[in-house]
Design a protein around this ligand. Structure first.
Ligand SMILES: [Zn+2]
Length: 659
């Protein structure tokens, strides 16, 4: 469903919370929005207590005036349902609908997300406020998109949740015997004799059951998705022409399977707050997250719903973005498929727990460097306009939230096995080599690609293994990293050697894990180092490319290749070695950068007929091939970007973009 009013132009704006300000400020807001090129704002995300100050008593007058004012100024609205933060009265009216932690503590209002997703009173209240909003604003000319809730992710361990979890488990397993088998309850005397005895993974004396923990995350994803669907269906019925979305948060603790959720929204929308500004970490992470969003969207356009206009959360510190970084990161999202650039938030809050989050209009007021950059970005986006061609990528990376969750479980061979970091390391290495990567779900057909990257696919299903096997059998190239093929979907360990169902394709059998202590490294022969993890790898058809040089594994294979196109990597290669290795793999698989000169901080993405080139470095860059006679490439000044028609690039880059 198209975003009405945004044909040919990019969205630009952010969360707008006028309920925090007197109305005379709203007038300045819309004047400034126009100056900045803002054309879309998200309204009402946390406005429940202002919209329904007492049960069933609605106050829509202020929101009427806000929507009218925005529309009169040519600004469209993403209207949110406020269900992520029920008002204080809600918990007093329905104490059983407040969330309970795994330790049994019932949480109260005073922050946000104080609700139980499984409580009937919450579900009914959420449907009521969504219905009231849809009835009120159906047909309002400013309404472009519905934004249900905010960053779904709330987890509850109460009795409502327990009952819902049991219903979910009955649907999944049918019988208690099947549940007992799947959860390996013969271990530690956990066998269930009655469905009523099955609980959410509440606090236990010692390590909890990994399969129970994993299934509870899956249940939470489905339960929250049911909450979303209830509101979405109300909105679709009352406003059939308005698309419905919700903003995905991406973090280790969020129990959301984005592959499943993406099928239920009209438009995939994500929030992204880079977690480090060291070196090019924010740039690498932005590319990864944008590629994830495009993957979830099935290659179609998606929307960056939130980013911080002026900070990066660097290990808990709020670090100002570097000059020009907002524009460069925003362009990376657009190049990789976003319909535009939305920020959190428009005007910095006067108080509250996020008062020091950056905003498009900072506390310093309109005369500030950050607002000048916001204005500059608005002009750039207006100038660029919207072009929705497909992003060209010859390489796919298999990404699995279930493996991410399982690798946070108890009793693993080593602490700190960070699935996100492992995927980032692989994707980031490709980014540094200038190669564009699509993200795919396990089991998806891979035939459109030349190379598939598989980091730490800890839980490997038969369908995921079959997709990789048939891809390789038909001539595709694959790299599989350690911690893949270790267990099945219930964290039951594969017997007979790892990587389990992938072993034959890779021509190796891993006999034993050798986790490396924190910060320890192991030398590799002929060059490089490994860290974090190592393994006793027995080749069964594969040849060693790199071997362990020292320690108990001295002389044993560290990196192998089978039949010239199936690589296995048994340790975390240092950055330089990983890039050298991947460059070798790319050459074997005939994978080229998006343009000659791309990589090492020069980000190039081909999208349809457009080529986006962003120079994140402090040196001039040139893309294109001077090798073609006297022609020269396109120069990009430090910290700037260019967007051009691919035909303007004076080289043949078709080999980099066959899809
Ligand atoms: Zn609950």
């Amino acid at each position: 469903m198209p975003l009405r009013g945004f044909e040919g132009r990019l969205c630009y704006g952010g969360d707008y919370n006028p309920e925090q300000w007197p109305e005379h400020v709203w007038v300045e807001d819309v004047q400034l929005m126009r100056q900045c090129g803002v054309n879309l704002v998200t309204v009402g995300v946390f406005a429940w207590s202002m919209l329904e100050p007492a049960p069933g008593q609605y106050e829509f007058g202020w929101l009427d005036r806000v929507l009218d004012l925005l529309h009169d100024n040519g600004i469209s609205v993403v209207l949110a349902t406020p269900t992520a933060s029920p008002p204080p009265w809600f918990g007093f009216a329905h104490p059983d609908a407040l969330p309970v932690t795994r330790d049994g503590v019932r949480l109260v209002h005073g922050s946000r997300d104080a609700y139980c997703p499984s409580a009937p009173a919450y579900r009914a209240a959420a449907r009521r406020i969504a219905t009231a909003l849809a009835q009120r604003y159906a047909g309002h000319p400013a309404l472009a998109l519905w934004h249900v809730h905010n960053e779904y992710g709330t987890v509850c361990y109460c009795d409502h949740a327990a009952a819902a979890f049991r219903r979910w488990l009955r649907d999944r397993y049918g019988t208690l015997d099947a549940l007992n088998e799947a959860w390996t309850t013969a271990f530690w005397s956990q066998r269930y004799a009655d469905w009523e005895h099955v609980l959410p993974p509440r606090a236990t004396p010692y390590l909890a059951n990994p399969a129970q923990l994993l299934d509870f995350r899956r249940f939470c994803s489905d339960e929250l998705l049911a909450c979303f669907r209830e509101q979405r269906d109300v909105l679709r019925e009352l406003t059939p022409d308005v698309p419905v979305t919700t903003n995905f948060a991406i973090a280790p603790w969020v129990p959301i399977d984005p592959w499943a959720w993406a099928r239920e929204v009209d438009l995939v929308a994500i929030d992204h707050y880079p977690s480090s500004n060291d070196g090019l970490a924010a740039e690498e992470e932005t590319a990864f997250v944008a590629d994830l969003a495009r993957g979830w969207a099935g290659g179609r356009t998606w929307l960056l719903m939130e980013q911080a206009p002026d900070i990066v959360h660097n290990g808990g510190w709020m670090v100002p973005k570097r000059p020009g970084q907002l524009t460069r990161l925003s362009l990376s999202h657009v190049a990789r498929g976003s319909l535009g650039v939305m920020n959190f938030q428009w005007r910095a809050s006067p108080g509250g727990a996020e008062a020091f989050m950056s905003a498009m209009v900072p506390h310093a007021g309109p005369d500030a460097r950050s607002l000048r950059e916001v204005t500059h970005l608005g002009a750039q986006l207006a100038n660029l306009g919207r072009h929705d061609g497909p992003v060209a990528a010859d390489v796919a990376l298999v990404w699995d939230p279930h493996s991410w969750w399982a690798l946070q479980g108890p009793g693993l061979p080593a602490p700190g096995l960070d699935y996100w970091a492992m995927c980032r390391h692989v994707h980031g290495s490709a980014w540094r080599l200038g190669v564009t990567v699509d993200i795919v779900a396990p089991g998806e057909p891979l035939s459109g690609y030349r190379l598939v990257l598989v980091p730490a696919l800890f839980l490997t299903t038969a369908s995921a293994a079959d997709a990789i096997k048939s891809f390789v059998d038909s001539g595709g190239h694959v790299v599989v990293w350690y911690l893949s093929g270790v267990a099945d979907t219930n964290v039951r360990v594969h017997r007979g050697g790892w990587p389990g169902l992938l072993a034959t394709t890779l021509g190796v059998r891993v006999e034993r894990h050798y986790p490396l202590p924190h910060q320890a490294t192991v030398a590799l022969d002929p060059a490089g180092t490994g860290s974090s993890w190592s393994e006793l790898v027995r080749p069964e058809g594969a040849e060693a490319l790199l071997r362990y040089a020292k320690g108990d594994l001295a002389g044993e294979p560290a990196v192998t290749v089978h039949a010239g196109r199936a690589w296995y990597v048994s340790t975390r290669l240092d950055d330089a070695t990983q890039q050298r290795f991947l460059a070798q793999v790319f050459a074997a698989a005939n994978v080229a950068p998006a343009a000659p000169g791309a990589g090492h901080g020069v980000e190039v993405v081909r999208r349809g007929q457009r080529l986006y080139a962003i120079n994140h470095t402090t040196s001039p860059a040139e893309i294109g091939a001077p090798s073609q006679g006297s022609q020269t490439g396109l120069r990009i000044e430090p910290g700037t970007y260019l967007v051009t028609d691919v035909d303007n690039l004076v080289t043949d880059i078709d080999s980099a973009a066959h899809r």
